[in-house]
Design a protein around this ligand. Structure first.
Ligand SMILES: Cc1cc2nc3c(=O)[nH]c(=O)nc-3n(C[C@H](O)[C@H](O)[C@H](O)COP(=O)(O)OP(=O)(O)OC[C@H]3O[C@@H](n4cnc5c(N)ncnc54)[C@H](O)[C@@H]3O)c2cc1C
Length: 591
């Protein structure tokens, strides 16, 4: 069973991101090192003792839909209530509405652990937090006063309604519409698909944030507005009023995250009121709905990225435990009775260390991204906001890709038992698969990285970051610890690959050759993740106390010598891959 790796998480937060420094110079609010340790420990306990034991039940039972009402798996409603009672939903919420205003970096770490307990559990609050941010940043004071406190406490959950059957990655085709009633309210009509926790029985009310078009709105993305549409209308005294005209038509049968209800939502078909149309209120300005969504996109994407880390950590723990129990064959160094534990076989060790190294690397990237988001409000905000923007697609896509890779290796380590459901290794693999798809597919993240983030500040955002990574290499070189010898020399080519690829892509973009740049986007994103992750593993070792040093140095060495050589082949794909796509696309066309 999963045990939250609290000391590793606290170490990464304090020493691999700038949060330790921020706490020392009092720029992390009230957060101190001791408070951080206490919160990480308690969040970890909840993940290990309360969430993880219900994960398999959620997977097997899934959710059920009857007459538009969704019932959660056994124990899940209570689990959610206990989680809210612990104040966990409110970690980063605005203090004015009952939140604790703590740093996003700490929240990201806590979400890692809760998601390790169950991805299906973690994704619900992830969306509520997105809704809180959208309302807090863009809604009227009146809407804030009605909804924010209950969203922050978790008494009500929030959803994000973007996707429609004809409009997924590309929201230009969005058709849902909103008709003004002339009194500040709107009637909303349309169908939204794949809405996470669109309906459930954990709370009395659900607050939907819905993208729709006003009459006469300009076509495309410039004509999309954002609306708040509650499941139940709220009376003046705060009590729940009439049922709004929105309902869950169906729930998807999915590959994984079975306990997370993925709903088709129908707005305004007259099922619950004489006059059709779900009542909604505008959030932000008319036709600026996508801009409102984008202001919270960094955070939502990061919290999906951390799902990749979370599932990777849980899969790794399970695989390591199994490899110590399962015995097969002979192995050097085994002088016990009978067959050797498979953990002694070099190939199994390679698999397990790959899992560990990728997980730690992705964790460091995500936490650094979270820290950059936190610092965006500081004096040096512009620099940090560029850094957050740059790291967000990498945190989302690299981490969720490695989540799938690691979960799949975990199945392999279990041999045949990995393929049967009993061990739980297969559930990790099934659950992990959604994270590269939702909150913007990883392909879309790579496009975002190359076309929007690399050109930030004329390329300075990316180049400045690479320079900082080189400083880690310099510190590694200057270290006189024997275990780190050779590490700096081996890290350097990975950063050279990153620099050369970055320069190449910037040149292609400047030349107007978008197509070449886009074909190399995905391999470039992986290269970026591997190179920066490798540097962070070295940084983690450098900052370790004697007790943990040799393990962290060993992991950094393993990653640098076994995983980072891939950056050279990725660089070649970035530079040369586009040529082979020319013409080859013809063979993919169906008649
Ligand atoms: C379990 C689950 C939960 C979800 N939860 C929510 C939710 O709560 N709210 C919500 O609004 N949506 C939600 N979604 C929807 C999700 O965000 C979309 O599925 C996702 O954005 C992809 O859209 P699509 O499915 O239409 O795929 P498409 O957009 O059709 O994409 C198909 C493939 O084409 C690629 N592609 C598309 N366009 C381009 C392009 N321009 N360049 C290169 N490649 C491209 C994509 O990367 C992908 O590989 C959820 C989906 C699932 C499965």
């Amino acid at each position: 069973m999963y045990r939250a790796p609290i000391s590793e998480i606290a170490h990464t937060l304090k020493h691999v991101t700038g949060l330790g420094t921020a706490m020392n110079n009092r720029s992390a609010g009230e957060l101190s090192s001791d408070l951080l340790d206490a919160i990480v420990e308690e969040a970890g306990k909840f993940a290990s003792d309360e969430i993880a034991p219900l994960s398999a039940i959620g997977d097997v039972q899934g959710t059920t839909l009857q007459d538009g009402a969704v019932t959660m798996p056994e124990g899940w409603s209570d689990l959610y209530k206990r989680w809210c009672k612990g104040g966990w939903n409110a970690l980063t919420g605005p203090a004015e509405f009952g939140g604790q205003d703590l740093p996003m970096a700490l929240q990201t770490a806590a979400f890692e652990m809760w998601n390790s307990g169950s991805l299906a559990f973690g994704i619900g609050p992830t969306l509520t937090i997105g809704a809180i941010e959208a309302v807090n940043l863009h809604a009227s004071d009146e809407l804030k006063s009605i909804y924010l406190e209950k969203l922050v406490s978790g008494e009500w959950t929030g959803t994000m309604n973007l996707t429609e059957p004809q409009s997924g990655s590309d929201l230009n085709g969005l058709k849902s519409r909103a008709e003004p009633l002339g009194d500040g309210r709107y009637r909303i009509f349309g169908q939204k698909i794949f809405i996470t926790y669109g309906e459930h029985d954990m709370t009395d009310n659900i607050v939907h944030l819905v993208l729709a078009r006003l009459p006469d709105a300009p076509p495309g993305q410039r004509g999309i507005s954002l609306f708040l549409v509650p499941k139940f209308l709220v009376n003046d005294d705060g009590s729940l009023g009439a049922r709004n005209d929105v309902f869950c038509h169906s729930v998807e049968h999915k590959l994984g995250i079975h306990a997370s209800p993925t709903c088709t939502m129908i707005y305004g078909d007259g099922r619950f009121s004489e006059e059709a149309g779900a009542i909604g209120w505008l959030v932000g300005e008319e036709n600026r709905g996508l801009a409102c969504m984008f202001t919270m996109m960094n955070n939502a994407r990061l919290l999906v990225g951390i799902q990749g880390v979370a599932v990777a950590e849980a899969a790794t723990q399970k695989a390591v435990a199994y490899a110590n129990e399962r015995r097969q064959g002979k192995a050097d160094g085994w002088d016990g009775e009978g067959m050797a534990p498979i953990v002694l076989h070099p190939d199994v060790q390679r698999n397990l260390l790959t899992m560990k190294a990728l997980t730690a690397a992705a964790r460091a990237i995500c936490y650094n991204c979270a820290h950059a988001i936190d610092q965006s409000a500081s004096e040096d905000g512009a620099h940090w906001s560029d850094r957050a923007a740059l790291l967000t697609p990498i945190a989302k896509a690299f981490s969720t890709d490695i989540g799938c890779d690691v979960a799949s290796i975990g199945v392999q380590v279990h041999g045949g038992m990995g393929f049967v459901e009993e061990t739980g290794a297969a559930q990790f693999m099934r659950d992990a698969r959604i994270a590269p798809i939702y909150e913007g597919t990883n392909g879309i993240q790579a496009i975002d990285l190359v076309t929007r983030k690399l050109p930030l500040s004329g390329g300075d955002a990316a180049n400045g970051y690479i320079t900082e990574l080189r400083e880690i290499i310099d510190q590694t070189r200057e270290s006189n610890r024997q275990e780190l010898a050779g590490l700096a020399d081996a890290l350097t080519p990975a950063l050279d690959d990153l620099q050369v690829s970055t320069d190449y892509l910037l040149r292609r973009l400047e030349a107007g050759d978008r197509s070449s740049a886009l074909s190399g986007a995905m391999p470039y994103l992986r290269l970026f993740g591997l190179a920066s992750g490798g540097c962070y593993l070295a940084k983690s070792a450098l900052a370790s106390s004697d007790a943990d040093f040799s393990e962290r140095a060993g992991l950094a060495r393993f990653a640098v010598f076994n995983l980072l050589p891939e950056t050279t082949s990725l660089r070649r794909v970035v530079e040369q891959g586009a040529q082979s796509l020319d013409g080859a696309g013809a063979m993919l066309k169906t008649a």
